[in-house]
Design a protein around this ligand. Sequence first.
Ligand code: CUK
Ligand code: CUA
Length: 620
Amino acid sequence: MKKKWISAISGLAVGVLASTVFFGDFSPKQPTSTASAKTNAEKVYVPFGEKDEYYLFASGGHSGQLFVYGVPSLRRIRTVPVFSLDSATGYGWDEHSKKMLGGYTWGDLHHPALSETNGDYDGKYLFATDVANSRAAVMDLKTFTVKDIISVPNTSGPHCAAFVTENTEYLFLPTRFAVPLGDKYESLDDYSTKYRGVMSAVTFDENEQKLNIAYQVALPPWSYDLSDAGKKVSKDWAVITTYNTEEATTNLEINASKEDRDFIVLFNWRELEKMVKEGKYDTVEGQKVIFPEKHEGGIYLIPVAKSPHGVDVTPDGKRFIASGKLAPLLTVFSFEKAFKAIENKEFAGERNGIPILKYESVMEREVNPENALGPLHTQFDDKGMAYTTMFISSEVVKWDPNTGEVLDRVPVQYSPGHSVAAEGDTVSPDGKYLVSLNKLAKDSYLSVGPSHPESMQLIDISGKMEVIQSAPVDPEPHYGQMIKADKIKTIEVYPKDEKNPYAVFNQKDTRIVRKGNEVHVYGIAMRSKFIFDAKAKRPDVIEVNEGDKVFIHLTNIDRDEDITHGFAINKYNINIEVQPGQTNTVEFVADKAGTYPIYCTNFCSALHQEMTGYLLVKPK
Ligand code: CUK
Ligand code: CUA
């Protein structure tokens, strides 16, 4: 630090130096900040050979991807493509990912959710939703690759969730935009009767590695937003914030904020499950859809300050905290009070057949930290203390949900949306780190033009809150989840799948088989060559006729970790990868006659440049 200070001085004009000396304001005055800066650097420094303590899964927003960071270093470890094409991994070109993407080339990933066992992250899977094209995805954390994507009919823009229940029974997907069921045309004049905001309950079949829609609920035509599943005492319940209960169809900025109150939807998913079993649903677009106006039970509305956004359940499962875009206050609600109010039928009317609970019967306290504006999302530490991001006043406020007392606050740069605490959404958060996901970095990093990167700031919350690290992040982190690193057990090499008809494990089994105008290549990739047909004069060449349909099944037979091979065909827009032990297929029509080099895209050995071949397409 001293050196830096001296060089800073030597860079100053002499006159300035003289005047500084003259005014005596010269020596570095903040030994405490110097000392703490050093401590902070040490706190986030992970020496070579050691690993970070946590994985941070940050949503990639409209990049459609998921960003993986290490905490505390905030080093970006990986970008996992989920809803968008990714040429770095060939995602969207190989048959499996191409099929999963279903023709879409992008998505908008807002909320990642880790699978849970007994309310704790179990490190097995990560779920995510796509606001842009109404999809949900599941990623296997053994390989950090997506296993399944489903399209969710009757909805448009499952924004919040995935949020999962205590044992990953369900992930719930409330929709952001109300639409007519089945995406049918309906006049906006009939919005209140013909449009719906649908919440979907999705299950994951671990054996089949498939996502399925268990049932849907046709809620009123409002916008469903942030949500959270209950825990412990409230484990069968979940809460969703909703806005535009005004049912405005234009100029929402004004028209959706007219009323003083919107609602929280409180529902009991066990009861909804039971209703489906009893046949209390209609089938729409192949889905079991519960219509609350026809079949009552399981769903309640709780008034909340206008235009809410965040709602978060405390780790003990006793309370849920709502905050909003327009009202400066945080509202603490009690599950126990809600259960009592339901039992005593303390209703204040209904909307679309859904009873409204009295605000006073469920509300425990309103918290209004001084000068704090724009409370959005809340996370928790190991003592149950709450940390709420303030979008407008650009800070994180720590407060006690038991008393409402404000305990600490720290400025962040700038405008945080969510924050994410270590193990923050579980029944037992770690209370060590909090990462503030800031929407506007402004002057934080070297300028890259008018649009700046977003920023993540790491806050040490073990004592007085202190920002100890910052890292730029691509657009756009909405939410993240942070899990203890030792909970995730990745594999080094894909297990040999002898049953896979497309896999080839020996050079002698490589072959090119023609069936009419279909050509099937059963090839291997290894350091440092492709073998498509070992018996051919040139084993690394594929020759087809113009117009042939070509299937390339490629197995990476290297069984060492990190030896990934790529497979690209120049000017054919073909690009896939095979990780160690993996078999992948790419399919295309050889519609351009000519000579096209094939090469390995992923640097795999000293002779990687030699890992090439040719695709020869004979003209008709
Ligand atoms: S949201 Cu609240 S700031 Cu969770 Cu999609 Cu972005
Ligand atoms: Cu294989 Cu480079």
